[in-house]
Design a protein around this ligand. Sequence first.
Ligand code: CP
Ligand code: NVA
Length: 299
Amino acid sequence: MTKHFINLDDLANDDLQQIIDQAITLKKQHKAGEISNALKNKTLAMIFDKSSTRTRVSFEAGMTQLGGHALFLSDRDIQLGRGEPIVDSAIVISSMVDAVMMRVSSHDDINTFAQHSSVPIINALSDESHPCQLLADMMTYQEHSGPIKGKTVAWIGDGNNMCHTYMQAAKVFGFTLNIATPKGYEPKQSFVDKYADCINLHNDAQTACQEADLIVTDVWASMGQEDEQKKRELAFKDFQVNTKLMVNAKSEAMFMHCLPAHRGEEVSANVIDGKQSLVWDAAENRLHAQKALLLFLLG
Ligand code: CP
Ligand code: NVA
């Protein structure tokens, strides 16, 4: 059966850990200048209907470094963007390439595409989840602080796609997730129900950060929510990750943000640019983690 990576927990826990360990090895090999042709003659189609810097560059560079090729398909250029049915697009595109990476607004569209695809589908961010980012975040934590199992992670801000994926990660990797959101911005109820054993919901950021080993946040208005920016700035004003919040966490606590970030909104400049921040490592690790993912799915 074709393996897909649409949600983090589509893969077995051992497989996810193996991908992260492999990513750490691939990173060392890349830095040592070793050349790989493991995906020679393989093509990855990358379908985007939203903007991207990290995801596009990491998948494209990753395929090149493995001897393969990546095709950038913006919805402005392909027939899918002009209304060609998802099912038809899935049948045709998957008949020509070895894997398809999708960043599209609707999670349901990724599921539909996968049902009709003959090759692996990778979710590169949907309205519901962002599993590729979690591979990089978990790899980064492991590199800096060792296993995340048994640790406490605080999610501060919007109960959005990144928050949902941290909930899945809490279950897979065995950590406790304290989630602090303003009222009305909690994660989806289906996620709260499914991951209830691993999470604690708060409406107060200070409480959620108590004794945390890792603090994570994301933008207050995600892509597609730009018209809610002003309303959200008011709702989230007490949810900025700043030094006043970080002191509640453990002294060795780290900070992560998937980027792009808005300094002065969800995070203060001295936290994101400070010593506890792992944002640049996590961004770079998208490359190594996704190379390991591609090898796992296509190898
Ligand atoms: N974190 C992340 O997915 O970044 P991009 O939107 O730049 O791809
Ligand atoms: N929550 C953000 C993440 C961007 C990588 C968004 O969906 O826009």
